[in-house]
Design a protein around this ligand. Sequence first.
Ligand code: SAM
Length: 337
Amino acid sequence: MSKTEKQRAGRNRTLTLSQEEIPELKKQILTLDQFRALADSTNSSNAKFIDDKTSDSTIPTSSFLDKTLNCDLLEALKLLPDEFADLIIIDPPYNLTKDFNGTKFNARSNESYDEYLSTWLPDVCKKLKPSGSLYICGDWKCTSSLQRAVEKELTILNRITWQREKGRGAKSNWKNGMEDIWFAVKNPDDYYFNVEAVKIKRRVIAPYKVNGVPKDWDKTADGNFRLTYPSNFWDDISIPFWSMPENTDHPTQKPEKLYAKLILASSRPGDIIFDPFLGSGTASVTAKKLGRHFFGVELNEEYSLLAQKRLNKAETDKSIQGYSDGVFWERNSISKQ
Ligand SMILES: C[S@@+](CC[C@H](N)C(=O)[O-])C[C@H]1O[C@@H](n2cnc3c(N)ncnc32)[C@H](O)[C@@H]1O
């Protein structure tokens, strides 16, 4: 039985593809051939395709804006113009053995993982505008490789630790309950950061008052709440699970709430967000919901189509679980939202 046909419980909201919708979704994504044709028609004398990694393609950004490109990132990088993205969010294969719908990424030595990163990360960084920002996700095992690779290209400004709830228990090791997200910029003297857009709404434990007036908190019918500045430790975000409308069968799907924080803090409305390993589409979908432009590359066709399905849904449904009325709510507060 395929993943699309799998039996699921009644309240399971996991998004899947039906055979009927696949032909229409295929028309909406870009293939490598179509992308090459676009580059060709734009400027066949300037666009270099084969075995040349220095991109001087003149393919206009407008021709791939708000699209999903289904192909190998290495091919896409040869065609994409430099400095088109305001924000790049990368969730690469970690140094683990993982099956991405039939294409296996195999765990390897740290040295060969470093080597793998060097085949695409420097070129991805070239796609960032001079005032742009980049986030890259990893786990404890690959994080040092990521740090080494990123600091060769950009200035690292922080490392966010995301406490993720789910994780497989281990009898002879600590269960993994966290991931890192490195935050880096091209120019530490010129980048955008909007902390006001990413404040967290937390319940006040000790409601401190000055002259009888609440100090930095609000009294509401549902209790007392304070808007707090976010730190680099994030414990308010769960990974997508079966009862959430954003959930798919992608094995390493990131939550929209997590990406919403990155996008709101590090981009303006109308900016371009680029995800070179799009997976089920979380970066593009969240960018669209928040009024940003987007572009994503994904190797697997089924994931590309799932991303497109989510993008179509986002035409009418702009909701992001855990983010409402312009604020991020702490975990387990849905009834209060
Ligand atoms: C960690 S997952 C990204 C998950 C994504 N953040 C989400 O929320 O669904 C990495 C993705 O990269 C894709 N991938 C791996 N190698 C690739 C390549 N060379 N070019 C494009 N995509 C690739 C895999 O198919 C997988 O979907």
